[in-house]
Design a protein around this ligand. Structure first.
Ligand SMILES: Cc1cc2nc3c(=O)[nH]c(=O)nc-3n(C[C@H](O)[C@H](O)[C@H](O)COP(=O)(O)OP(=O)(O)OC[C@H]3O[C@@H](n4cnc5c(N)ncnc54)[C@H](O)[C@@H]3O)c2cc1C
Length: 509
């Protein structure tokens, strides 16, 4: 194996490497604005842009730096082809709502395209056909059924038996005229536009609660207050639940991405297979050369095998089908899926109409996040929006949601108990640098990571969200919660919610 084709030691997303993003101060004083947005990803930034254009006074808070959440770790296909979804949605919601779901995706794509043109954004925006392909006999009929759903929805599509990728295929369903882009190049310009229009950005500012007086206020971890007429939770996982019981109504799933160079020219198109394990492929450009992005190996966060094994599986797939010349990047990320696969976009509960959520994008947040921003800002601006019923977080349809609700929460209960009863050995002495183990110290389950300089970092592994036990993620060097997907650095800091407080440190000297 040549030096170039070795897997990078540390995870790093390709997108952040070639864009210099502005940085912003921490919120040091309480402020008052019209709309407080929590989260600087595609949802929060698009919403800030749309509101600022209408002279609304906006502040955006981010717990870390902007565009370093899921949006900074995405694949960035802009498509209404959200896997095999339309036949399923038709069975569950009927044709009218399914058609609305498709319209929303189309509207999101058009909005992105419009903003790219309007601001002349150099973000490698490119029209591409989207393919769902299969090599498994069992899925051929599912593609045919999905094609029938496309026809009912008048989606420009074609069923074929071969694809331009060098991957064995029995059938593929094409959705014509979709797109891809470099998400951070696009959003960087929207941030610049926001700043020009007076939006205040604050980084390293974690929102922990919403309090109501006459108006809602966002409360930060440092006790600062952002008083506003409306709050938009664009924080991926809502930081404020408001008794909407979101943890019981959605689950996080991680996926892995590798970016490699090959001797082969990328043939164009965007691809995802129908069967498991998921394999999704798109091209990108890096200094005039093709980069192949290969994505897949989905699993519930904090559950499953050693995370490095997932990267290895993608590496094997890429090498087998395309040949790896250079292994340029690897990274992973997670997204949330709701009970009925349709995002929750709207008031956090029926009774709290001035606090919005936008979540559950099921790894299709370029379109879902963009339409979430449009839909919520339309509600704030008193514009008509057709999507209120479709996306209402207060909806709860019995079938198949109840079944899924039961299994989602049974899974949480299983992990809650399993983690507490787990047998552990004291393996600290055997730890090699850059490795971790779980042991018991004074009867408490404790996670210990040994860094490259032989320093030990010991943490109480009880998640600060609802008390499940976190598991070591060797690929990212993080502690991940199997129940609701909170993630912590090896020093215990929160990387990803719903948890808001760090893991407790354990003294092992
Ligand atoms: C592997 C993978 C591949 C994907 N590929 C695609 C694709 O090809 N096409 C597609 O359409 N979608 C894709 N997605 C989905 C898409 O990337 C996401 O749905 C989308 O980026 C979510 O954007 P967001 O703005 O809602 O959240 P994020 O980008 O995660 O932004 C949320 C922000 O909120 C901040 N935050 C969180 N909590 C707090 C708090 N308490 N206080 C302050 N700030 C806080 C975070 O720091 C973060 O910056 C993919 C997802 C994954 C995981």
């Amino acid at each position: 194996m040549s030096e170039n084709s070795r897997m990078p030691q540390f995870p790093e997303p390709f997108w952040r490497d070639y864009v210099s993003l502005p940085s912003f101060p921490k919120l040091e004083d309480s402020i008052s604005v019209d709309v407080g947005i929590v989260g600087g990803g595609i949802t929060g930034i698009t919403a800030a842009y749309l509101l600022a254009k209408e002279n609304v006074k906006v502040a955006v808070l981010d717990a870390g730096v902007i565009l370093n959440g899921t949006t900074g770790h995405t694949t960035a296909k802009i498509t209404a082809q959200h896997g095999l979804i339309y036949d399923e949605l038709m069975q569950h919601f009927g044709i009218e709502k399914t058609s609305l779901y498709y319209d929303a995706c189309k509207e999101a794509k058009q909005l992105i395209e419009h903003l790219v043109e309007k601001h002349d954004i150099d973000c490698e925006y490119k029209k591409e056909d989207a393919y769902i392909f299969t090599d498994a006999k069992a899925y051929i009929s599912q593609l045919e059924t999905e094609k029938k759903a496309y026809e009912k929805l008048k989606i420009d599509s074609e069923l074929v038996d071969d694809i331009p990728l060098d991957v064995s295929t029995k059938s593929a369903l094409i959705m014509k005229n979709q797109a891809q882009f470099h998400p951070l190049k696009y959003l960087k310009v929207l941030v610049e536009q926001c700043v020009e229009n007076g939006v205040q950005f604050y980084e390293q500012t974690t929102a922990v609660d919403v309090e109501y007086n006459k108006h809602p206020s966002i409360i930060t971890r440092d006790g600062k207050r952002v008083t506003c007429r409306y709050v938009i939770q664009a924080s991926h996982y809502p930081f404020y639940d408001g008794q909407g019981f979101y943890p019981t109504r959605m689950y996080p799933e991680r996926s892995y991405i590798i970016a490699v160079k090959s001797d082969k020219k990328f043939p164009g198109g965007m691809y995802i297979n129908a069967e498991k394990p998921t394999r999704s492929v798109r091209g990108a450009r890096i200094k005039g050369e093709d980069l192949w992005l290969i994505v897949g190996e989905n699993h519930k966060t904090g559950q499953g095998k050693s995370t490095m094994k997932h990267y290895e599986a993608l590496q094997k797939y890429a090498d087998q089908h395309f040949g790896i010349n250079e292994f340029a990047y690897r990274w992973s990320a997670q997204d949330l899926t709701t009970l009925d696969k349709v995002p929750y976009i709207g008031p956090v509960t029926k009774a709290q109409q001035s606090v919005f959520v936008a979540t559950g994008f099921r790894k299709w947040g370029m379109t879902n996040g963009t339409i979430a921003a449009k839909h919520i800002t339309d509600m704030i601006l008193d514009n008509d929006t057709p999507y209120q019923d479709l996306y209402s977080p207060a909806r709860f349809q019995a079938d198949p949601a109840i079944k899924k609700f039961t299994t989602t929460n049974a899974d949480v209960a299983k992990h809650l108990i399993k983690g507490k009863l787990e047998y552990t050995e004291n393996n600290i002495d055997k730890l090699t640098p850059d490795d971790a183990t779980v042991t018991r110290i004074n009867g408490k389950r404790t996670g210990v990571y040994k860094d490259k300089d032989n320093n030990l970092h010991a943490l109480d592994t009880t998640c600060q969200h609802l008390g499940c036990e976190v598991h070591w993620n060797s690929g990212d060097r993080t502690w991940d919660c199997p129940c609701h997907g909170s993630r912590y650095s090896y020093t215990g800091e929160v990387i990803e919610g719903p948890a808001k407080r760090p893991l407790n440190k354990v003294d092992i000297e």
